[in-house]
Design a protein. Sequence first.
Length: 415
Amino acid sequence: MINRNFNYFWFSQTISLFGSQISILAIPITAVSVLNANSIEMGILLAMSTLPFFLFSLFAGLWIDRTKRKPFLFFTNIISAILLLIIPVMHVLEILNIYFLYAVIFLTATSSMIFELAYLSYIPSIVKQTEISSANSKLEASRSISSIAGPSLAGILISIFTAPFAILIDSISFIVSATLIKRIKSEEKISSISKNKKIFKSIKEGILVIFKEPIFRSITLCTAVLNFCGSAFGAIYILYLVDTLHISSSSLGLILGLGSVGALFGSFIANKLIKIVGLGKSLIYSCILMILGSLAVPSIPSNLYFWLTFGVLCLGQLFSSIGSTVYFITQVSLRQSITPNHLLGRVNSSNRFISRGLMPIGALLGGALGELIGLKLTLFIFSAGFAITIIILLMSPVAKLNKIPESYELLLQAE
């Protein structure tokens, strides 16, 4: 049974995730509706939200491995709350522009990146090894539920208060989240890694685990392709729905919310799917669903009846959400279960550095192509790009892996 410390963390994350759903919708709407951003500027905006993984993740992972992880969780929540508060304040003072928005998003994303790496390394410290997959499923269930209710609520709040002021609620959610994390009482073991060891030598150890282990290498490469195409797709997704399909903010919130029922479903079936069809096939099937979900968006004729458009967009979001949730739970649980504790921070950061390092480029490319060849064709190109993941998985040992090994040694035996 999951313990009280995990429950505090779980509740903390749930509240923060609900708040973040508001910003996920409100920030790009602020850029489009308030600042009149074009597709290139939207690409830059998304790039700012992913660039920290490329610039800082390797160093953050080493830092996390050398000290306790709970303080990272607390202070990054506080920092994020303060940073998000800047947006409505600047809007009131009438000094908000796209460049200020870039800066705030970059700094908030840096804080969130550190939080994410710390929490991925912290989970094995507050739950038993046999409960890691269950813990991840619970966290993903919260993410899914927030994705269902959050966007709909965000759309309503944005309609009432306007996008910049709706972001205030997310700022408050980070404060509440930090308060709950403060209540966690657990004995963290500080890594035995030598603090005198050279920085780059220590970082290299985490990267080598990714590149030397075929399972990790193929999953990291697969995730990199998903993130690259996904960031290019996401850079113009909202712009396409608002400008081309003429979807309102409230309808957009409903589409994201109703479609994200799939994420909740995915969090419930992930472990069962692994037991039924095996780990490798679960990852392959999840990628297929993401391909189908993304292709549904640009396939909609611009003059289609509204309710048909609405339904197809919801269905596309449903498929994408099921696929991405099953994929995330499976590959993260695998990495957490078999990676030694003293390497967790660096392995997680190395994975994020490689898999998310191309996201800023993808976002910029998506925005640029959207301006050059049109939004619809750009969405088609990157939807088709997701298919590369199937090739990577089929050509790797992952396809033959049936279950999550309990240790790195058992993984080697399975090969």
